[in-house]
Design a protein around this ligand. Sequence first.
Ligand SMILES: CC(C)(COP(=O)(O)OP(=O)(O)OC[C@H]1O[C@@H](n2cnc3c(N)ncnc32)[C@H](O)[C@@H]1OP(=O)(O)O)[C@@H](O)C(=O)NCCC(=O)NCCS
Length: 198
Amino acid sequence: MITLYIDNYAIAPMEREHIDSMMNWGKHDDPMMLCYNFPYRQKEELDAWFKMKTGPWNNRYFSIIREDQTLGYLGLKKIDFRYRVCELGLVINPDFMGYGIGSKVLHLFLRHYFFDLNMSKIKLTVAVANERAQALYKNEGFRQLKKRWVSFEPDVEESLLVDRPHLRKWFGKWQEECYDMILLRSHFVELIRARGES
Ligand SMILES: CC(C)(COP(=O)(O)OP(=O)(O)OC[C@H]1O[C@@H](n2cnc3c(N)ncnc32)[C@H](O)[C@@H]1OP(=O)(O)O)[C@@H](O)C(=O)NCCC(=O)NCCS
């Protein structure tokens, strides 16, 4: 795995030392986004998080780095090397969301994924309520497949969750409405041609 560069950002295979600066990340307040916070402070917690992400043989994680600060990370999960497909995850420090970093990094990374790593498709699941992430993925050519309810582990008082659209309690368990999305290499190639990129 190689390091990719765009503007001032490096997208590098994740190493344990990269995650120390994630302790300074901002915080999401929205109860639906708490799962993207990085609450770990102790060395043992950081070690365990790193191992959980990078340990599985079919996962590959990458840090998004600017001037020695890790501003986000990107995960390829459950890689199926035979059918050349995996699940994508992408998280940016809440303090830096909405500045175009996700778009820039994801586009470069997808070029690498399809054209250098020769993968054939990439899948993900995104919350219906997460409009920013959907905008990002649609801009890269991802298409929506089905909408389905996915189990949701609340980290807040339940009173904060009632009457929220796209969230329900089903047989005593919380669920969130999500889209499955997919991007085929052929769709990505079409998009690149339509944009006049080489
Ligand atoms: C989703 C995420 C990776 C996007 O990265 P980002 O750097 O914040 O996104 P960008 O600034 O590149 O913006 C991406 C698109 O979202 C749009 N957008 C920005 N803020 C938005 C908002 N509040 N609502 C809807 N769309 C929004 C942008 O306009 C842009 O689309 P455009 O280029 O057509 O204008 C990042 O916000 C994040 O880490 N969120 C929390 C974790 C998460 O949701 N991960 C994805 C899970 S599937």
